[in-house]
Design a protein around this ligand. Structure first.
Ligand code: NAP
Ligand code: ZN
Length: 349
C-alpha cells in the first residue's frame, strides 16, 4: 500500500476535506498514474451529498482524470512510465459477459466497477476517485491521451465528453439534423461542441439568459430560453434529437413535445427525484425517451482521438483543491463556465 493525499466527503452534510488514502501497489496488469488534473462533474456532488442514496463514506470523488504513468506492473504492455493517460467513470468490469465482449463495459451484466463509490471486481474493495495525487487502475481501463491538446481542458472529456459523444454517435447524428441540448453546463457544453462538429444544427435550451453569447461561441446555432411557456410552444415538433443534461427536477413532458415525429430524447442528467411521463407525450409522434450511460472503453478512446483530431476540448476554470467546496456551490447554481478542473499540484504541496 502507498498512502496518498486526497480530498473526501466524510458525510453528506460535511464539506470536502483533506484525507489520506491507501492505494494498492500496482499488480502485474496495473498502471499507477500520477494525477495532474481532475474535472468536477455534477455526479461528484450528487454522490458526495448522497442525493442518489447509497454513498459509502468516506467518498473520494473524481472521474475525469488525466495524468502521467508513474509505475507499471510486470505484464503491462499498452502503457509505459511517462505516458500521458486518462481514466474515466469506471475502472473495471467482469470482462466476459455479452456487454463486456461488445465493448459496452459500462453495461457489464455482472456490475462494472465505477471509479468511486463502487466495489472493485472482488465485490468488497471500495474504489476511490481522482481527487487524489495518484490512482492505480488495471491497464485495459487506462486511456491514451494525445499531448497535442492542453491537458487540463482534456480532463472533462473523460466523462462529459464521452457521455455526450456516445449518444450522438449511437443515434447517428449527421449533417443537418436538428439537435437540442438542454442545460448548458459541463455535459451540455461538450454536447454542443461535439454535435456541431458532426454537422448538426444545434439549439441550446437553457433557463439562463446570460448563457446565450457563450452558447454561440461554443458552436450552437440557436439559443432558446426554457422559462417562458410561449417560447416552448413555439418550438413544438422541432428536433430530431434532444440531449437532456439537467441535473435537477424538470418536466420531461414539456421537452418531449419539442420532438419531431420519431424523435428521440436522451436522458443524461440524473435528477435525484423520479419524474412522471405521460404516455401521450410519447404516443403522439411515435417519440422515444431513452437514457445513456457514459461510453465503453473502445468508444472513449475513439472519442479522445476524435477530439484530438478536431481540436475539441472543454472550456475550463482551473482551481486549487482547497476551492472545491466553492466549486460545488457554483456548479449547483449553474455558474460554471463550463467545467471546474482541479490542478492536482495544489494537493501535492
Ligand atoms: P452541470 O455542469 O451542473 O450542468 C447542469 C445544467 O443543468 C446546468 O448548467 C443548468 O443549465 C441546468 N440546470 C441545473 N439545475 C437546473 C434546474 N433546477 N432547472 C433547470 N435546469 C437546471 O452538471 P453536469 O456535470 O453537466 O451533469 C449533468 C447531469 O448529468 C448530472 O445529473 C450528472 O449526474 C449527470 N451525468 C450523467 C452521466 C451519464 O452517464 N448519463 C454522466 C455524467 C453526468 P442552464 O443554466 O443552461 O439551464
Ligand atoms: Zn461525470
Amino acid at each position: 500500500m502507498t498512502t496518498v493525499k486526497a480530498y473526501a466527503a466524510e458525510q453528506a452534510d460535511k464539506p470536502m476535506a483533506p484525507f489520506n488514502l491507501d492505494r494498492r501497489e500496482p499488480g502485474a496488469s496495473d498502471v499507477e498514474i500520477e494525477i495532474l488534473y481532475c474535472g468536477v462533474c455534477h455526479s461528484d456532488i450528487h454522490t458526495a451529498r448522497n442525493e442518489w442514496g447509497g454513498t459509502m463514506y468516506p467518498v473520494v470523488p473524481g472521474h475525469e482524470i488525466v495524468g502521467k504513468v508513474s509505475r507499471v506492473g510486470a505484464s503491462v504492455t499498452h502503457h509505459k512510465v511517462g505516458d500521458t493517460v486518462g481514466v474515466g467513470c469506471f475502472v473495471d468490469s467482469c470482462g466476459h459477459c455479452g456487454n463486456c465482449k461488445d465493448d459496452l463495459e459500462q453495461y457489464c451484466e455482472n456490475g462494472h466497477s465505477q471509479t468511486y463509490n463502487s466495489f472493485l471486481q472482488d465485490k468488497k474493495t471500495i474504489a476511490y476517485g481522482g481527487y487524489s495525487t495518484h490512482i492505480v487502475v488495471t491497464e485495459k481501463f487506462v486511456l491514451k491521451i494525445s499531448d497535442k491538446l492542453p491537458l487540463e481542458a482534456v480532463a472533462p472529456l473523460l466523462c462529459a465528453g464521452i457521455t455526450t459523444y456516445s449518444p450522438l454517435k449511437h443515434w447517428n447524428v449527421k449533417k443537418g439534423d436538428k439537435v437540442a441540448v438542454v442545460g448548458l453546463g459541463g455535459l451540455g457544453h461538450m454536447a454542443v461542441k461535439i454535435a456541431a462538429s458532426m454537422g448538426a444544427d444545434v439549439t441550446v435550451l437553457s433557463r439562463s439568459p446570460g448563457k446565450a453569447k457563450d452558447a454561440s461561441e461554443l458552436g450552437a446555432h440557436h439559443f432558446e430560453l426554457t422559462t417562458g411557456k410561449e417560447n416552448m410552444k413555439k418550438m413544438a415538433g422541432s428536433f430530431n434529437l434532444i440531449i437532456d443534461t439537467v441535473s435537477a427536477k424538470h418536466d420531461y413532458n414539456e421537452y418531449l413535445a419539442l420532438l419531431k415525429t420519431n424523435g428521440v430524447m436522451v436522458l443524461l442528467g440524473v435528477p435525484p427525484e423520479p419524474e412522471t411521463v405521460h404516455a401521450a407525450s410519447l404516443i403522439f409522434g411515435r417519440r422515444s425517451l431513452v437514457g445513456s450511460l457514459v461510453g465503453g472503453i473502445k468508444e472513449t478512446q475513439e472519442m479522445l482521438d476524435y477530439c484530438a483530431e478536431h481540436n475539441i476540448v472543454s472550456d475550463v476554470e482551473v482551481i486549487n483543491i482547497d476551492q472545491i467546496n466553492e466549486a460545488f456551490e457554483r456548479t449547483i447554481q449553474g455558474d460554471v463556465h463550463y467545467r471546474f478542473v482541479i490542478d492536482m499540484a495544489s494537493l501535492k504541496n
